[in-house]
Ligand binder design. Structure first.
Ligand code: ADP
Length: 212
């Protein structure tokens, strides 16, 4: 039986995952962001960064810091290298997510996983929330935010699930093609919905306990 509501928030690059997560955080919801965990794990002088440098060569470091662009180039061009990097990072990220989850007590928790659809990494996620927008908007946002060309953004998009595949596994969808206030409005509605679902889960759990 599902004991706790854990919502996996996902979406393509530039769809608005961070914007949506911040909106949930603004409502007091605990958000665990696997991207942020990954950045923390690979910060300067970290054990994980040492392992990555030993594996991929010290030229992926720049003044001791991880050169993320260089590492991305390596794993883009080489599937085995990508798998190797994943085998270093994923178990460590998972451990941090589990630690953070054991330390949450709100009605529900959001776990942000950019590649949730592609990797299906966390069986404890019991609802999938997809942040969606059309490809043109996505590309324009990422070009602006990351200072990339259209073809560079398209290269990244090709490594991600298609919009259709992502939407196919969604329990809930945030349409983020419009304004930030439209995004906030949807987050509010979902917040109410998740609190309702969470209380239903609790009621079911309590009924289960009393009938034992
Ligand atoms: P992701 O985390 O999915 O990559 P972000 O939340 O960082 O995407 O959004 C990508 C960029 O688009 C950011 O610069 C963000 O400020 C901007 N953005 C997100 N949603 C909207 C929106 N509804 N209107 C305008 N800009 C937005």
């Amino acid at each position: 039986m599902i004991e706790k509501l854990i919502v996996g928030l996902t979406g393509g690059i530039g769809s608005g995952k961070s914007a949506a997560s911040e909106a949930f955080e603004g409502l007091g919801v605990r958000v665990i962001d696997t991207d942020k965990i990954s950045h923390l794990l690979t910060r300067i002088n970290s054990d994980c960064l040492k392992i990555i440098a030993d594996t991929f060569g010290s030229n992926i470091l720049e003044k001791g810091q991880l050169n993320r662009v260089k590492l991305r180039e390596i794993i883009f061009a080489d599937d085995a290298a990508r798998k190797k990097l994943e085998s270093i990072l994923h178990p460590r990220i998972r451990q941090k997510v589990e630690e953070a989850l054991s330390d949450t007590n709100g009605p529900y928790t959001i776990v942000v996983v950019p590649l949730l659809v592609e990797k299906e990494p966390y069986e404890f996620i019991n609802r999938v929330l997809v942040v969606d927008c059309d490809e043109k908007t996505q590309i324009n946002r990422v070009k602006k935010r990351n200072n990339l060309s259209e073809s560079e953004v398209r290269d990244i998009l090709r490594t991600q699930a298609t919009r259709k595949n992502r939407l196919a596994v969604a329990n809930d969808i945030i349409q983020n093609c419009g304004s930030i206030s439209a995004l906030l409005e949807q987050v509010h509605l979902l917040h109410e919905k998740y609190i309702r679902i969470s209380s239903e889960l609790n009621d079911a759990k309590n009924r289960g306990n009393t009938s034992k």
